[in-house]
Design a protein around this ligand. Structure first.
Ligand code: MRU
Length: 373
């Protein structure tokens, strides 16, 4: 992602690794400041996932893979048995950070699979390669999603999106924003309605910022304004990302996605989910089996931003002691979804058959075959 901050232009990923250090764009600070944070060991990386220094299914998947690579490097001097105990403990720590996005769990599993062969030094090498492979594969997947989804977007389309499913949420071009970027780069006239996405404001703080960076026309709207524009015929399609897609197509994404899907259905507006195979979880049969993260109620009762003096400030928007609930995701039933934009192209009903034929194989070579990846 090309970033222009304070006149300086940089090409950055949401998450990357330099030796034993994991680096992340600190998304908690956007859009007011652009900072890179260093995580020195797997415990720091797990903390960063949990508190949402990085966020979005793909970015936390890559971070989880890199956390596993850090754990492997930390334990590289141990005998095999102790190495595996350390690695499994690290896997548990990373899995415990956030429960909903499939990518995080798949990344941890891929790294554990990479450790099922060879002496410790080979295992370390293979885990590091597996983590890098996940990142590179994700980047390629988003490029394919851009091409496949870009073809759905016609000149003059107004597209609604929810949360942030851009380059900061999914390494590379992002998921929902990838087709929009492609259409814009192809010279099509596109416009994006950006849902604010309370409580953490990923739309206001990150999607609007990403679109601004790329010069794609957009307007930020309050979450509860989306139905108004859909009813008035001012939305041609909805594209969202996903955190976990069940085998039947039921899709967990940021809280509020379900409401947008129902209103789109009512108004006969195409509703597409952009996500690669890493987010499709064939072990989860339906949306009922997806664990929904519940976060700190203070995210609902308080807001963060800059005050008039330009200083970062948290304000309370509810009375002291207000009872609040804060589910971070909801599940959109497959019946409201027109199709999925994946690295293998567009998938339409019946979803389950297409998912099994395209995504049932592991997609990453076994542990001893990483050479050259
Ligand atoms: O809580 P977050 O910010 O991690 O939630 C992110 C989302 O819900 C995104 O829409 C989703 O990950 C799709 S983009 C990879």
């Amino acid at each position: 992602m090309n970033v222009k901050m304070d006149g300086v232009e940089m090409d950055v990923l949401a998450v990357w690794r330099e030796g034993s250090v994991v680096k992340m764009v600190d998304q908690r600070k956007l859009p007011h400041s652009f900072e890179i944070i260093d995580l020195k060991d797997h415990k720091e990386t797990a903390w960063a996932i949990k508190v949402m220094v990085t966020r979005g299914a793909g970015s936390i998947g890559c971070a989880a893979g890199f956390g596993m690579a850090q754990a492997a490097l930390e334990a590289a001097y141990l005998p095999d048995k102790d190495f595996m105990v350390y690695l499994n403990d690290a896997a548990d720590t990373i899995r415990a950070t956030r429960p909903t996005a499939a990518n995080l769990f798949k990344a941890v599993d891929k790294c554990l699979e990479a450790a099922d062969w060879g002496k410790v030094s080979i295992k370390v090498e293979n885990i590091v390669k597996a983590a890098e492979y996940i990142l590179n594969d994700d980047i390629k997947a988003t490029e394919e999603i851009a091409k496949a989804g870009g073809r759905l977007i016609k000149d003059g389309f107004k597209i609604l999106t929810h949360c942030n499913a851009g380059a900061l949420a999914y390494i590379g071009l992002g998921t929902a924003l990838a087709p929009i970027r492609q259409a814009h780069r192809d010279g099509k006239n596109v416009f994006v309605w950006v849902d604010e996405t309370r409580p953490r404001g990923q739309g206001a703080r990150i999607t609007a910022w990403e679109l601004e960076q790329e010069g794609i026309p957009y307007a930020l709207i309050a979450d509860n304004a989306a139905g108004y524009y859909m009813q008035r015929g001012e939305v041609d399609m909805v594209i969202v990302g996903a955190d976990r897609i069940a085998a039947n197509g039921d899709t967990a994404n940021k809280i509020g996605t379900y409401e947008k899907a129902v209103v789109a259905f009512e108004n006969k507006i195409p509703f597409w989910v952009a996500a690669p195979g890493m987010t499709i979880d064939l072990q989860t049969k339906t949306g009922d089996n997806i664990e929904i993260e519940e976060r700190d109620p203070e995210e609902v009762t308080k807001m963060w931003g800059l005050n008039d003096a330009g200083e970062p400030t948290t304000i309370s928007i509810a009375g002291v002691g207000t009872n609040a609930r804060n589910p971070a995701f909801d599940v959109t039933p497959a019946k409201f979804i027109d199709g999925f934009i994946t690295e293998h192209g567009l998938i339409q009903r019946p979803f389950i058959e297409a998912f099994y034929s395209l995504f049932a194989s592991p997609g990453i070579p076994p542990g001893n075959k990483y050479a050259g990846t």
